[in-house]
Structures are given as structure tokens and as C-alpha cells.
Design a protein around this ligand. Structure first.
Ligand code: KE4
Length: 429
């Protein structure tokens, strides 16, 4: 069933650390070895052994119209024929920037980069440049890419200052990063008390990197007012939730407006794109208008812009898409919950637009500590079972799932049948 992938993985290990170009793909937390993908088509992935999977990962979020979507490919092909990259401005960048600026109240101007990591790293530098302050606040369980000052794990006890979460990150690079607890406004207040001045608070308003954990509206409103009180910028990292939780991401759901937003994934339609945007007075600090430096050879790449523009315009032309995708996500999670409860297996589920999550957990998950109490062993066994049944869920309990337009209710119901079989097999050992 997986012979060619197993051989491919062995070969990849000779040349690429861990055999993958991004750690989560290595299946370390679920066991087994990754399958190597030959192609995608609509809601399906096909591996090099010819196995077909209903795909709930969609490249970690970008592919809201599914794999090898015809309109997206047409956008790529028609632009690529004109050249792949120019290192000079094109109309496409302005067009996509305009589409996004017109959508987000929080954004007067936006700059494109090549990844979510770059978007967040640049937004943090801009916030520090704009405020003249060094300290920043992030939340345990939120992931904002792998730039040094954000690779921080909780320190000892109630310590607010974090420690580097990876070798190679000097303590000096994280000494300005304070850690708060998601959905816990008192922990945020402690960070402000411990600092001489905070440049920004960055949050995934709908967290997708500890599993799917939405922030409480009240918490987010209090976060907004604390930032206002201290002249601190509030950054919504919507790299994942943007154009996924709603057309306007979390900003289409919560009545809270950030000072800056970071985006990625869907706005590239599967090509490498990140972006950061905010109010004019902040963005005008960015080189070449202002002194805060930021740059990129392939930033605003025309082929990526072409497909991103095609995707964003399609989504804006039919926002009802999100109600439909949410309907399918809710069918999946409510059916999943009924099956699990029927088998006496505790399950928590969440849905926000086309994003969904599930935890094998007795209690509601409100923060990373709650998420870590999930039954990770059961998750791993379940994931393996589902792979064997042709269902491709995220290979970590601490990820979100996604519904794309070709993933119909019929495919949701087919998945529920496989979930029921898989859970019974796991339960019966
Ligand atoms: P990238 O540098 O991977 O494009 O984006 C970093 C990033 C920033 N902010 C948020 C909210 C994100 O979810 C991400 C990246 N998401 C992960 C999935 N959990 C990417 C998958 C991976 O690391 O391979």
C-alpha cells in the first residue's frame, strides 16, 4: 500500500534533513512515514503508490478551491507564458493589493512577501520601528512562522519572558518576547506590567496551530483596549484564518479591528505568497517611504500574484461560499462527535467557516495547556487508521482541518463512514 512512498522517504533522507522541507510533514507525531504525493485533483490527493485520499489539509490551508483547480491553473499558465519574474513592479501586485485593502478596514496599505514567516517577521520589525519599542507579546500555542524572536516557549512558572524554543536562537533574540496565555487577559496584563513598553501584541485571533481554538470575543475586545491604553499595536496573524474563517477572516467574525494584519496561504492560491498590511501611518514607515527596511527578490512574483488575484476575486464575488463550506464542516464535526460519543470516546470539535478542528479531549479546549491534555496516542492511532482508509487529516493534533469547494457533502458522509470504521477498530484494538 505504501511501498513506493517508503522507498522514496528512504531516498529523501539521504539528501534532505528528515526527508522533508518542513518538519510537520514527517509524520513524527503520528508515527509511520509520510506518503509522497504524485498529484492532487479537486478534493483528492493521489500518492505515488496510487492510493487516493480525501484531503482535509489542502497544503495547510491555501487550496480553498481544491487541487489543480482549472481557473487557478489557467491564471498560472497565462501569466507564466509572459515570464516568471521581473524584479520590477507589475499591475498584478497593485490589483491584488487593491482587492485586499478594499476588503479589510484595518488595512490602508499592504506589502507582499513570499511566506507567512516573512510577513510576520516584517510586521514585527515595522511595529518596533513605528513605536520605538522592543518588547512584543505572543501567546503560547500560537505559531507565527520560524523567525527568531517568535521561536519562544514558556519559561518557568508564571515567568512572562520566554526562552528560545530552538537551539540556534540566542537568548538575546528572545529576551524581548513576552508570553501570555490564550484567552487569559490577566496573563496579558502581567506582560504589560513586566515591560517598559510593548511594541505589539501578535495573536492568531482564530488559532489554528494548537488545533482549532478560537479566541473569546470578550478577551479579544479587552486585548484591543489594553493595546489602545498603552499605544501598543495589535497584530492579527491571519495567515491561516484569512479568507478561511470568513471572507475577512476573523475580522469578518469578531467586532475587533487590529492595527496590522498578516496574511498568506489562500492569497497565493497554492503559490508562495505572504503579506502584511496596516494603517497608512504605520505602513509609511516602511522602506523606501520610511526607514524600516524590508525587501525580497521574488516578493509580489507575477505568477503568484496572478493566481492569488484569481482566487481572491472569486471569493469576493461569492462570499456565500463560506456558509456552504461551514455547513459541510459542521456536518463533519457533528457527525464525528456523534460517532465518538456513541463509542464512549471524548471528543471536542470546533468550526469557523471552512476551518474545523477536533480534539480527543474530555474538556473544552481554550488554550495550549488544554490542547496538550488531549489523547495524543489515540490521535496517532486514529490518524494512521484514516490514512489506511483514504482520509488525509493533518498529521498532528495541533493543526486545523480545512474544507475546499470540491469536498462535497457526499464526501463528508463518506468520510464519516470511514471515521466510524476507524474509531471502532482503534477502540477494539
Ligand atoms: P509559512 O512561513 O509557513 O508560510 O507561514 C508561517 C505561519 C504564520 N502564521 C500562521 C498563523 C501560520 O499558520 C503559519 C504556518 N502554518 C503552518 C501550519 N500550521 C504551515 C505548515 C508548515 O509549517 O509546514
Amino acid at each position: 500500500m505504501f511501498d513506493k512512498s517508503a522507498a522514496a522517504y528512504k531516498e529523501a533522507l539521504k539528501y534532505i534533513p528528515g526527508g522533508v522541507d518542513s518538519p510537520v510533514r514527517a509524520f513524527k507525531s503520528v508515527g509511520g512515514t509520510p506518503v509522497f504525493i504524485d498529484r492532487g485533483e479537486g478534493a483528492y490527493l493521489y500518492d505515488i503508490d496510487g492510493n487516493r485520499y480525501i484531503d482535509f489539509v489542502q497544503s495547510w490551508g491555501p487550496l480553498i478551491f481544491g487541487h489543480a483547480d482549472k481557473k487557478s491553473l489557467d491564471a498560472v499558465f497565462s501569466q507564466a507564458k509572459k515570464g516568471l519574474s521581473f524584479g520590477a513592479p507589475t499591475l498584478l501586485e497593485t490589483d491584488l493589493a487593491r482587492e485586499i485593502v478594499e476588503l479589510f478596514e484595518s488595512v490602508d496599505k499592504i506589502r507582499f512577501v513570499n511566506s507567512g514567516t516573512e510577513a510576520v517577521m516584517s510586521a514585527i520589525r515595522l511595529a518596533r520601528g513605528f513605536t520605538g519599542r522592543d518588547d512584543i507579546v505572543k501567546f503560547e500555542g500560537c505559531y507565527h512562522g520560524h523567525s527568531d524572536s517568535l521561536l519562544v516557549s514558556a519559561g518557568s512558572g508564571a515567568a512572562t519572558f520566554g526562552n528560545p524554543s530552538s537551539p540556534g536562537v540566542p537568548k538575546d533574540f528572545t529576551k524581548h518576547t513576552l508570553l501570555a496565555r490564550y484567552n487569559d487577559i490577566e496573563s496579558v496584563k502581567r506582560c504589560f506590567e513586566a515591560s517598559d513598553g510593548i511594541a505589539c501584541v501578535i495573536i492568531e485571533p482564530i488559532a489554528g496551530n494548537m488545533g482549532l481554538v478560537p479566541s473569546d470575543e470578550e478577551f479579544l475586545k479587552e486585548l484591543r483596549s489594553i493595546c489602545d491604553e498603552h499605544g501598543t499595536l495589535l497584530i492579527f496573524d491571519e495567515v491561516m484564518s484569512g479568507f478561511r474563517a470568513s471572507l475577512k477572516g476573523a475580522q469578518g467574525i469578531y467586532d475587533v479591528v487590529p492595527d496590522m494584519v498578516t496574511l498568506g496561504k489562500v492569497i497565493g492560491g497554492g503559490m508562495p505568497v505572504g503579506a502584511f498590511g496596516g494603517k497608512e501611518e504605520i505602513m509609511s514607515m516602511l522602506s523606501p517611504e520610511g526607514p524600516v527596511y524590508q525587501a525580497g527578490t521574488l516578493s509580489g512574483n507575477p505568477v503568484a500574484m496572478a493566481v492569488g488575484l484569481s482566487v481572491v476575486k472569486r471569493l469576493k464575488s461569492d462570499p456565500s461560499i463560506y456558509e456552504e463550506l461551514e455547513r459541510r464542516a459542521k456536518r463533519l464535526t457533528s457527525g464525528f462527535k456523534d460517532i465518538a460519543n456513541g463509542l464512549g470516546i471524548p471528543l471536542q470539535t470546533e468550526v469557523r467557516g471552512s476551518m474545523f478542528g477536533f480534539f480527543f479531549n474530555e474538556r473544552e479546549v481554550k488554550n495550549f495547556d488544554d490542547a496538550k491534555r488531549s489523547d495524543l496516542e489515540l490521535f496517532a492511532k486514529f490518524h494512521q487508521k484514516m490514512m489506511g482508509k483514504g482520509v488525509y487529516f493533518a498529521c498532528s493534533q495541533f493543526e486545523a482541518g480545512f474544507i475546499c469547494t470540491p469536498l462535497t457533502l457526499e464526501l463528508v458522509d463518506e468520510t464519516l463512514q470511514k471515521i466510524e470504521e476507524g474509531l471502532k477498530e482503534v477502540k477494539n484494538g
